[in-house]
Design a protein around this ligand. Structure first.
Ligand code: AMP
Length: 140
């Protein structure tokens, strides 16, 4: 897409710090470097977000994540890696070309955080079943 910044990066029209490329996928350092080695992995084929992504494009994209995440982790001796994909502004998507963040982790205070509430104590089996039914109805 002509006005997409990640398409321009994939096409070499604007510079990037490339870490990996093949026929389907391009990976490069995120400018923000939330943690050292923070990498973005994108499909070369433009797709706006996860909902609009063809299963084969998603499959090709995620198939590359294990080797890229392993390399990112090993390059700087990280303790772990978070894999993050944001969809829609409400979920902090700011670039509308599907991308996977690979975020190496170096312990508390390394720059990345997830607020992750545990509601298991207040959630019943009935509520879980009801919620599962609503989602199942939407899976075609
Ligand atoms: P998201 O908020 O999930 O859409 O993430 C978009 C990411 O793209 C942000 O972390 C930005 O720092 C990053 N970004 C935007 N422009 C560039 C660029 N030209 N090169 C590398 N990373 C970029």
């Amino acid at each position: 897409m002509s006005d997409c910044i990640f398409c321009k990066i994939v096409n070499g029209d604007i510079p990037s710090a490339k870490v990996y490329e093949d026929e389907e996928v391009y990976a490069f350092l995120d400018l923000s470097q939330v943690t050292k080695g923070h990498t973005l992995v994108v499909p070369k084929q433009h797709t706006k977000n996860i909902y609009e992504t063809h299963p084969q494009v998603a499959s090709n994209l995620f198939a590359r994540i294990p080797k890229i995440a392993t390399a990112v982790k090993e390059a700087f001796g990280a303790d772990g890696v978070n894999i993050v994909n944001n969809n829609d502004e409400a979920a902090h998507q700011s670039v509308f070309h599907l991308h996977i963040h690979v975020l190496p982790r170096y312990g508390q205070g390394d720059g990345f955080g997830l607020k992750w509430e545990d509601n298991s104590e207040s959630t019943t089996q009935e509520q879980l079943q009801e919620t599962a039914e609503k989602i199942k109805e939407k899976i075609s």
